[in-house]
Design a protein around this ligand. Structure first.
Ligand SMILES: NC(=O)c1ccc[n+]([C@@H]2O[C@H](COP(=O)([O-])OP(=O)(O)OC[C@H]3O[C@@H](n4cnc5c(N)ncnc54)[C@H](O)[C@@H]3O)[C@@H](O)[C@H]2O)c1
Length: 449
């Protein structure tokens, strides 16, 4: 999927009729602004436009090469003429949006979301909620104290086939679930070759891109190019996932989706004990010199989560392919007394009865582009705003799901098990681990209280 095709999924599905600028029942569309006009921001924005209930008033990105084509496409699709911004604070101040979409890299989610709800906006923030647990806690507090709807982009909660699987498991179809195995096998090859440091392009404010996180040398590419960042190892665009200053590897990027499904389906709220191992035996030791760098996220990771009623495991791997798992890039298996339910990434779900009876398969029902259900999640978001109810992927739930990823990273960094008190949200009696609930921000930025 390249960013040029953004919004076209909505068009192809007939969700937008020409350049119509439809309004909701009240006749007025909600003033909507985007922070982070990259790959996924385009997908979310496309559904905001397709809903016909949003007037796009501002597009903000620290890279003008991402802003310009996004603004042009919005105008082409629904006639809106959003203003262009580099600094989200200025956009919030001038546009006073009612809805803000936050699709920046993870290290910016908390500051952008908190600033937006303080400015009076409802927020759709993509997963994971934040880069550290303290930021995510501050996001929940900000949403509650300002009475704003904050929806996290865990769109699988609105996938029709996932709802069906949830009901099947909750209805006892799998029996008592004792264990869930989540995994991601992203392929990959051998040692990672360092990328050279290159000049920061004039259209990009690299200092602001790094923001509260460490300022690394720039090694990225041009987001306006087709498939920019897909499969490359530069930090920007899209490569931030594998650089721990800005994200948390596949555990933070993909793990959250599966953990969110496990919590949602089983009703578990948090793990009591977490243990992670992993490393970079294949990609090699991270490199960071003034002239070149590699990523530094693990090339494989295993995490054990001890919940009250079940054990959950996570495995991610960037080598070896996945032939032995019949091509499943990512999945979760729910193991119960009546059999195993296999929740596929884009392949629907299959229940294999323990008694050897016939398997039941239900296909996935996903939208283009990129096999997602943002349309349904966006509709839920708008309804929550109108009715004042909590959205299906409410910030507090996204926070707990994200915590699973972030606690796994804390255990990985410490090289040992940790306990989690999910009521007080602390790691009891473990000063070294509690320190990792937060991190120091770069000068000029304040960690959210
Ligand atoms: N829900 C999902 O299934 C899903 C899928 C993909 C990505 N995502 C999430 O979306 C987010 C973005 O990922 P992506 O793949 O689109 O990355 P991307 O690099 O394509 O886009 C991020 C954009 O944010 C911009 N940005 C950085 N700092 C900014 C700031 N301070 N203000 C404004 N813009 C800023 C970057 O310049 C870039 O254009 C990530 O958090 C990712 O986890 C969610």
């Amino acid at each position: 999927m390249n960013r040029r095709s953004f919004l076209h999924g909505a068009l192809a599905a007939g969700a937008i009729s020409g350049r119509a600028r439809a309004a909701d029942q009240s006749g007025r569309r909600l003033r909507t602004a985007l922070i982070g006009a990259g790959w996924w921001g385009g997908n979310v924005l496309g559904e905001a436009i397709a809903s016909r209930q949003c007037e796009i008033v501002g597009i903000c990105d620290v890279d003008q090469r991402a802003v310009n084509p996004t603004v042009e496409k919005v105008t082409r699709l629904n006639g809106d003429r959003p203003r262009k911004y580099r600094d989200f604070r200025e956009m919030l101040d001038r546009e006073k949006p009612e809805i803000v979409i936050v699709t920046t890299p993870d290290h910016w989610h908390a500051l952008c979301t908190i600033a937006a709800v303080r400015a009076g906006a409802h927020v759709y923030v993509d997963k994971p909620t934040a880069h550290t647990i303290g930021e995510s806690q501050a996001m929940v507090r900000a949403a509650r104290s300002h009475g704003r709807v904050v929806q996290v982009g865990t769109h699988r909660r609105t996938s029709p086939h996932m709802i069906q699987a949830r009901d099947f498991i909750r209805g006892g179809g799998v029996g008592t679930v004792g264990m869930v195995r989540c995994h991601l096998n992203a392929g990959g090859t051998g040692p990672e070759q360092p990328l050279p440091t290159v000049a920061v392009p004039p259209e990009l404010d690299w200092d602001l891109w790094c923001g509260p996180a460490p300022l690394r040398q720039f090694n990225g590419g041009d987001p306006s190019q087709p498939d920019a960042g897909a499969g490359t190892r530069g930090i920007h665009p899209r490569g931030h996932r594998q650089y721990l200053d800005y994200a948390n590897g596949y555990l933070g990027d993909a793990g959250i989706h599966w953990f969110d499904l496990v919590l949602w389906i089983t009703g578990e709220k948090w793990p009591r004990r977490i243990h992670s191992t992993g490393g970079r035996p294949v990609r090699g030791k991270p490199v960071l010199t003034p002239t070149e760098q590699t990523s530094d996220a693990p090339d494989h990771q295993v995490v054990h989560y001890g919940f009250e009623s079940l054990t959950m495991t996570w495995e991610s791997r960037l080598f070896g392919g996945n032939g032995a798992e019949r091509g499943d890039v990512a999945a979760a298996n729910f193991y119960g007394t009546k059999g195993t339910l296999h929740l596929g990434y884009r392949g629907g779900w299959t229940f294999y009865p323990a008694d050897g009876g016939a398997a039941r398969h239900e296909p996935a029902r996903l939208n283009d582009p990129d096999g997602q259900n943002i349309r349904e999640l966006w509709a839920d978001f708008l309804d929550a705003i109108k009715t004042g109810r909590r959205p299906v992927s409410d910030i507090e739930e996204g926070h707990r799901s994200t915590n699973c990823s972030l606690l796994g990273m804390i255990s990985y960094r410490l090289g040992r098990s940790i306990e989690w008190d999910g009521v007080k949200e602390v790691i009891p009696g473990d000063a070294a681990a509690n320190q990792l609930l937060r991190r120091a921000y770069r000068k000029g930025w304040e960690y959210p209280a």
